[in-house]
Write a protein that binds this ligand. Structure first.
Ligand code: NZQ
Ligand code: ZN
Length: 392
């Protein structure tokens, strides 16, 4: 077990109709002039944005709005948001939507508070000294960005997708009403479940430091999401299942399932970020498409964890050798992906990259991680390419 820091400053307000509390929360955290940032329009169609602006109007809080954050959010809109905030003297950001709107808002927050080009942070050239305060009304359970310290942005030039993490961007509050997720397309619900599980699995498949309590939380979270994701396939309006998945999404990425370990593996995410940057695929689906190939490449180097996962999470037959059990667990996870209509390879994801394109992704991925990375098994560019090839 390693020493750790656990910092989750976000005030969570969870349940039906909680979005009606938004003005009170903004006032509590000192917001006077707000930028409401949202995505491609789902919050307009569902009427949520109107409800939010009505609430702010009634409370006398002034605001400007900026929509258009796309999945795999773009740097261009971030620059636009920074200019708007400076022009309008915005002092508080309100992201209404999913990970893309939240991450875009976090990047805007960095850009307003820090001098120079905000991309420098995502390019690992320098560190941010602060971020505008941010609140969230969450509409999709997936990334955990509503409590996390990270933000992932895509630079259009060269299609480079990179994440930047610092405690400055952890939201001040997160409003989570599971009912708001009921308008999601089934595909996005499933993508979210895949992402939530992966945030926990990235921290679970490690070779460094484990704690019984952390493992128990992680395994319980994984079993809960697995069970409720299957319920939502046939019953997407099931409030309790929506609520279980939504809270799991926050816990999966606020750090609690990583306490005591070495920080996690994270290579499935790094491999996916290249897919998201180049092909604009949905993040959760990209993770599902690559995970099986990653798992088969690394499991022998992390056998005790794969065995434990197979038995405690996938609940497979525990007889036979450790390798047999581990492989049974990987197969069971892939079966689960199929049951929630997630892809298990790149073709099913809807892309068929050429070998040269796979090489390009492996090269960019290796650059992005500074050469090599991983805890279950350390991967270099050659290993990354082998995993991409196996995922075809
Ligand atoms: O853009 P709109 O019109 O709102 O539509 C969105 C989008 O098309 C739609 N949607 C969201 N809520 C809805 C809804 N449609 C109907 N009803 C609702 N209630 O769903 C689509 C996906 O939304 P998006 O915000 O892109 O999804 P997600 O939350 O999965 O975010 C994905 C982004 O977050 C990054 C990913 O890489 C990706 O760029 N990540 C961020 C992390 C973080 N900040 O901690 C960690 C993750 O690992 C991840 O990398
Ligand atoms: Zn993720």
């Amino acid at each position: 077990m390693f020493d750790f820091k656990y910092f989750t400053p976000t005030k969570v307000v969870f349940g039906k109709n909680t979005e009606s509390k938004v003005a009170d929360l903004i006032k509590e955290f000192g917001g006077k002039k707000i930028l409401i940032h949202y995505g491609g329009g789902s919050v307009v169609r569902t009427g949520l944005l109107k409800r939010v602006t009505d609430t702010l109007d009634a409370a006398g809080i002034s605001y400007v709005t900026l929509g258009g954050a796309v999945p795999n959010p773009h740097l261009g809109l971030v620059y636009e948001g920074i200019e708007l905030c400076k022009k309008e003297n915005v002092d508080f950001l309100l992201a209404v939507g999913g990970g893309s709107a939240i991450d875009s808002a976090k990047a805007i927050g960095y850009g307003v508070v820090n001098e120079g080009d905000v991309w420098d942070f995502y390019d690992y050239k320098r560190k941010a000294k602060g971020c505008l305060p941010l609140g969230v009304i969450l509409t999709i359970a997936a990334t955990g960005s509503e409590m996390s310290d990270s933000s992932v942005i895509t630079k259009e030039e060269g299609l480079v997708k990179r994440g930047y993490s610092s405690d400055f961007c952890r939201p001040k509050f997160a409003i989570m009403n599971p009912e708001l997720t009921m308008t999601l397309p089934d595909y996005q619900t499933a993508c979210g479940c895949a992402d939530i599980m992966m945030h926990t699995m990235e921290r679970y498949f490690t070779n460094g430091g484990n704690m019984e309590i952390t493992d128990a939380l992680a395994e319980g979270l994984l079993r809960t999401v697995k069970k409720n994701a299957l319920i939502l396939v046939n019953d997407p309006k099931n409030y309790d299942a929506r609520a279980e998945v939504m809270w799991a999404g926050s816990l999966a990425h606020n750090g609690i399932t990583g306490c005591g370990n070495d920080g996690g593996d994270w290579m499935t995410h790094k491999l996916e970020h290249e897919l998201g940057g180049l092909y604009d695929v949905a993040h959760g689906a990209g993770l599902a498409a690559i995970w099986g190939s990653w798992a088969r490449y690394v499991y022998k180097n992390c056998l005790p964890r794969f065995k434990k996962f197979a038995i405690n999470v996938m609940e497979v037959d525990p007889s036979g050798s450790d390798e047999e059990i581990a492989l049974r667990g990987i197969e069971a996870m892939e079966d689960f992906y199929r049951k929630i209509n997630m892809p298990t390879n790149l073709h099913e994801l809807g892309i068929d990259p050429t070998d040269d394109e796979l090489k390009e992704m492996a090269k960019k991925c290796a650059i992005g991680v500074g050469g090599e990375m991983g805890s279950a098994k350390v991967l270099n560019e050659e290993a990354m390419l082998a995993i991409y090839r196996a995922s075809m």
